[in-house]
Design a binder for this molecule. Structure first.
Ligand code: NAI
Ligand code: MG
Length: 492
């Protein structure tokens, strides 16, 4: 790592097992959002760099050191990656927190989850099974599973290394090679991580990390004819563009596009647990969570008390420097996101009643800190109830009865997640069936397990990550017919 400015590192890209400058020689700055200061300079990749990375991934895939290695050998490499992440968690977690602003304790959880993800798919590498198809006795018919090839993986800034792990681990277990493009705001942990891949036993070219912006690095990666599959997590707007770009070369695509997830509270729910669940659902990770429970639906008999209790407890949320261990909320990731969220707060003031927060949080005047914010009496047609804000902004919506709760909950173009809180199992399970979302929590919101599928209904995207579903997205199915008849067909 060379230096552009004293004390500020420059991070190169990782292509074909080497750290390299961008071919243009350009870099861009990344920031510490809690101080607004430049944290590092990063290679600014564009089409040429993408070409080099895809070439490396293609060559590595076709020449076979990874795709044709034994599943057991691949699994062992993934276990080593998990160990390396665990061993270097203090360094990785600090880098993550400095770059994206999330509280250090949450970054440590993310690193633990990333390690678990590599371990899980390390174990799964040897459990990818083919199939014998039940055809007539004069033939043997097989279904074989093969890695799809080169995977382009575009990830966002809210869980930078964890989202990379969700994509890299199943792809590597399947035998694919990868070109990862981290978000331009938060590329540092992926680059630091890449430096250990060789030690873990990943051959050159199998994982490449191209840093750069969406239009200049992400788009050429999606369009590249030698890429076989695109996995994307990010905004709905970019997700739509990706589907269109991928159409020209008929690539397989999976999308995780966030949401406006309802967190539904019936009057019979455990009240204290419900308040915690409402706040955790929408404020964890500064609200920068794709499954944030940003629409809080509350049954009328408890509505007033519920809003008051939320406001009271919100006062206890400790906002502050994200490296401090008792901080519960750090700054938003970037100036752009800060402006966007503040703008939604202003929109909300014109659409609903403000119960808490509503503006910038001063932290000595520096950093992209915003107040945890609660709007109530929100109509489900309001912009703050329809558009993903991706910040700590709750829209509380009253409802009359179960039928109305279901109708309002499902009245959204999104369908990533939903949660329902009730002690009545009949009612809770009726909602489990009625809600149109890929993830439903009952009496909780947000726990996520690598063993269970993750992905959305409707415009929250398609495809599933994690669990056995996650590896499916990186596999092709080859049907093989073996003739057992030693006769001519006898047709002519
Ligand atoms: P974004 O969707 O623009 O960025 C996500 C990733 O896509 C980044 O790596 C970016 O470089 C890449 N990208 C952007 N344009 C691209 C293009 N034309 N072709 C290929 N790749 C491209 O998200 P952004 O602008 O950072 O945030 C805007 C909003 O998106 C947020 O406020 C939030 O609502 C939503 N979002 C949702 C996420 C989720 O987890 N589902 C994660 C991040 C943002
Ligand atoms: Mg964008």
């Amino acid at each position: 790592m060379s230096s552009v400015k004293a004390g500020v590192d420059t991070y190169q890209m990782y292509i074909n097992g080497k750290f390299v400058d961008s071919l243009s020689g350009k870099t861009f700055p990344v920031y510490d959002p809690s101080t607004e200061e430049v944290l590092a300079h990063v290679a600014d990749g564009n089409r040429q760099d993408v070409d080099a990375a895809v070439d490396a991934a293609r060559t590595a895939f076709d020449s076979g050191p990874w795709s044709q290695s034994t599943p057991q050998a691949r699994g062992q490499v993934l276990f080593r990656i998990a160990d390396i992440i665990r061993k270097h968690t203090p360094e990785l977690a600090e880098l993550e927190t400095r770059n994206c602003g999330k509280p250090i304790v949450e970054s440590e959880y993310d690193m633990a989850d990333a390690a678990t993800c590599f371990e899980y798919y390390g174990g799964m590498a040897t459990k990818v099974l083919g199939h014998v198809n039940p055809v007539p006795a004069n033939a043997l018919s097989l279904s074989m599973r093969e890695p799809i090839g080169v995977a382009a993986q575009i990830v966002p800034w809210n869980f930078p290394l964890l989202m990379a792990a969700w994509k890299l681990a199943p792809a590597l277990a399947a035998g694919c090679t990868c070109v990862l493009k981290p978000a331009e705001q938060t590329p540092l942990t992926a680059l630091r991580f890449a430096a250990w891949l060789e030690e873990a036993g990943v051959p050159p070219g199998v994982v490449n990390v191209v840093t750069g912006f969406g239009e200049s690095a992400g788009a050429p990666l999606v369009c590249h004819p030698q890429v076989n599959k695109v996995a994307f997590t990010g905004s709905l707007e970019v997700g739509k563009k990706i589907v269109k770009m991928a159409a020209d070369t008929v690539k397989r695509v999976t999308l995780e596009l966030g949401g406006k997830s309802p967190n539904i509270f019936f009057a019979d729910a455990d009240f204290e647990a419900a308040i915690d669940g409402a706040l955790f659902g929408v404020f964890i990770n500064q609200g920068e969570v794709c499954s944030a429970g940003s629409r809080i639906l509350v049954e009328k008999p408890i509505y007033k008390k519920f809003v008051d209790a939320m406001v009271e407890k919100t006062k206890r949320i400790k906002l502050g420097p994200p490296m401090e261990r008792d901080t519960k909320m750090g700054p938003l990731v970037s100036k752009e996101q800060f402006d966007r969220v503040l703008n939604y707060m202003e929109v909300g003031k014109g659409e609903a009643k403000l119960a808490a927060g509503g503006g910038r949080a001063m932290n000595g005047g520096k950093g992209y800190f915003v107040q945890p914010t609660i709007f109530y009496d929100v109509a489900n047609s309001a912009r703050i109830a329809r558009e993903e804000i991706f910040g700590p902004v709750a829209a509380v919506i009253p409802f009359e009865n179960e039928a109305e709760a279901i109708r309002v909950a499902n009245d959204t173009p999104y369908g990533l997640a939903a949660a329902v809180w009730s002690r009545d199992i009949f009612k809770a399970f009726r909602l489990v069936k009625a809600l149109k979302a890929g993830i439903i929590w009952v009496n909780h919101m947000q726990p996520t397990y690598v063993e269970a599928p993750w992905g959305g209904y409707k415009q929250s995207g398609f495809g599933r990550e994690l669990g056995p579903w996650g590896i499916e997205e990186y596999l092709e199915t080859k049907q093989v017919y073996i003739n057992l008849d030693e006769q001519p067909i006898g047709w002519y």
